[in-house]
Every structure is written in structure tokens, then in C-alpha cells.
Write a protein that binds this ligand. Sequence first.
Ligand code: PLP
Length: 390
Amino acid sequence: MTQQLRIPGPTPLPERVLRAMGQPMIDHRGPEFAALHREVATGVREVFGTAQAELLILSSSGTGSMESAVANLVSPGDKVVVCTGGVFGDRFADINRAFGAEVVQLAVDWGQPVEPSQLADVLTANADAGIVFLTHNETSTGLTNPLEKLARVAREAGRLVVVDAISSASSMPLEMDDWQLDVVLSGSQKGWMAPPGIAFAAVAKRAWEAVDRSRSPRFYFDWRSHRTWAEKGFTPSTPAVSTLFAVQEGIRILKEEGLANAYRRHRRIADATAAGLEAAGMTLLARDGYRSATVTAAVVPDGIAVEDLRKLLSSRHGVVIAGGRGTAKISERIVRVGHLGAVTEGDIVQVLWAIEQVLEELDHAPADGRTLAAAQKVVQGASEAVGSRQ
Ligand SMILES: Cc1ncc(COP(=O)(O)O)c(C=O)c1O
């Protein structure tokens, strides 16, 4: 049975990407690698919306890029503000604590956005906190924070803005320069249509000044050596070359589609997924208006065990979706459907169809096509809206 992998990364890979990864190995200190590095760095900067920031290519998972940001920007004893509303916001707080920072945590309930006014209050009360850490898209709850507005509040208060865009970049609008973000991070296994192994850190001018000030120990992730090597088209140590081939191909595919089209596709599919899950009797976790374009989290109906649902989806239908993450009470009651990277409406139809079959098998509701009808209505509405603009 072919698997329909619908977790919020890693994602299924297009055939072209798989072939790209099978290329023979190259000298990572030779001209072919420099060309690969240049093409990927240019492509990622375009996706991030930056002409100014320097792009560092790290061989690590996304968490490595987060740790690199803390190691390069924060010194022991520094006060920082970390906005949290799920597992990945918490991770930024934990990394900061591990590096000896004094963390002021602006914690919102799971599924709720960080409000700009809340951030403004916290910054007023903590004038000595120099950096704000934000999660653009909280993958554990399926929520996208109002990044542009939050960044404006932080910038107006004169703070550095560090953004985990790991599960948002390349799938939803992101404008690093226009929104004055100082650091933006992402990881290859999300919307980039590549496997895990590569992370990106875009670092703008103000952040470099903080890098020079930081007293934290760092070596593998020292951004200064990464910058020196990146200027020549290389990395300080042996990079994950095959994953970079994949990222290169993924960016080419993204450009062929056009970024704006890719964003629209993600939004449309997310809305269709949300409508389908609601029709299945689930309750969406993220607040309306802040629902993620890359992952939808929903509370399963009473009487249904998440693990039974996921096991049957996988064993009977080859559909793999994620459960909840973290220790919050709600995480035991949610499923998360990933719809990022190479995803089509057809993929989501298959997921919803399988969910209906399993819910019938679990005696919850008859499989009568209600989720598919709900999803189709959304997709039709989206295409009519596009049609009427032409
Ligand atoms: C928003 C966000 N931040 C951080 C991470 C951590 O990335 P990784 O698992 O690649 O270390 C993830 C991964 O799911 C994520 O979605």
C-alpha cells in the first residue's frame, strides 16, 4: 500500500526531488558545490523576502538552527522574551534557559495567537530584555501568529526579532525585510519539498552586531565562521550534500509554480482540510482567523481515542497523520494533518475519505461523504473567487 504521509513534516517528496538526491557525490570544496550553495542561498533568500540578510546553510534539523540563534545572540544572564503557545515556542524558551538566559515567557493558551498588545505590555515591563523570540507557525497547535504585527511592536520597542519560520517559510507569506525581522529560521523537511537534514538561518545586520557581543560558547554553529565560508559558497564542515540537492530541486519546483500560487494552494487546502475535519465531528484547535496553512489540528470527537483512529488510518488505508505533541492535556485529544510542500486537493480528499471510513468502523458516524462535500465546497468557493477576479 502506498503511504499517504500527512504529518507536518517530513513530507512526501516529488519524483524530481528523489531523482535529484540520487546524483553522484561532489567535492564539497569544489566549484560545483559553490554553484549549488549559491543557487540554494539565493532561492531561500527570495522565499524569505530578504535582499539584505546573509543566509547560512546549516546541516542540522530545525532545532539546530534555533540553538544556533541562541548561542550566537544570547549571553548567560541576558534577559529575553519568548512568546509561547505550544511545543515549539516552549522549545525556544528551553534552549534559552539551557544557555543561561533569564527567560520572560509570554505564554498564551494552546490554539490562541500572541496578541500584539500583550507583547507590547511585556516589553514595557521588561525594558532590559533585548531579544524577542517568536514562532511564526506553531506546528503543535496549527496556529499562525500575526508575525508582521508582532514584529512591528518589537521593532518599535527597539528589540531584536528572532523568528522560527520552520513550518511556515515557503508555504505562506513571509517578508523578512519589509517586516524588519532580524533572524529567520527554517528547515528542509517542511514546505521545501526536501528530506530532513538542512536548516537555514537568515541573519540581518542588527543581529550581526549582537553576534559579536555574545559571550556564549559556540563552535559547530558559530555564525561567524558560517558567514566567512558562505561568502565563498561553502560551509565550515561537511554539509548534507544530498539533502541540498533536494532543496535545490524543491526551490526550482516552487519557482515554477510561483510563490504566490504556492501560498494560495496551501491556504485553499488548509481551509478544505479544516472544513472536512469539522464535518467529521472534530473541533478545530486554532482560533478562526489564525489557522495555519500548513497544519490543521483538531480535537477528536468524544469517545474516540486518537491512537485507535491513527492506527486504523495507517493499517487499513495507508494514511499517516500526526497525534498531539507535548504534555498539555489537550495534546492527548488532538490529531494533526500536515498539508505542506507537495500537496494537492486529491491528497486531502484521500485523508478525509479514510477518516470517514475509520469513524464508521469505530461506530461514530456513517461514512456518507460529508467530509468530502465540505472540503469540495471550500475548494469550489476558492476557484470561483479566483474566477470572479479575472
Ligand atoms: C515550528 C517548528 N519549530 C521547530 C521545529 C523543530 O524542528 P526539527 O524537528 O527539524 O528539529 C519544528 C518541527 O516540527 C517546527 O514545526
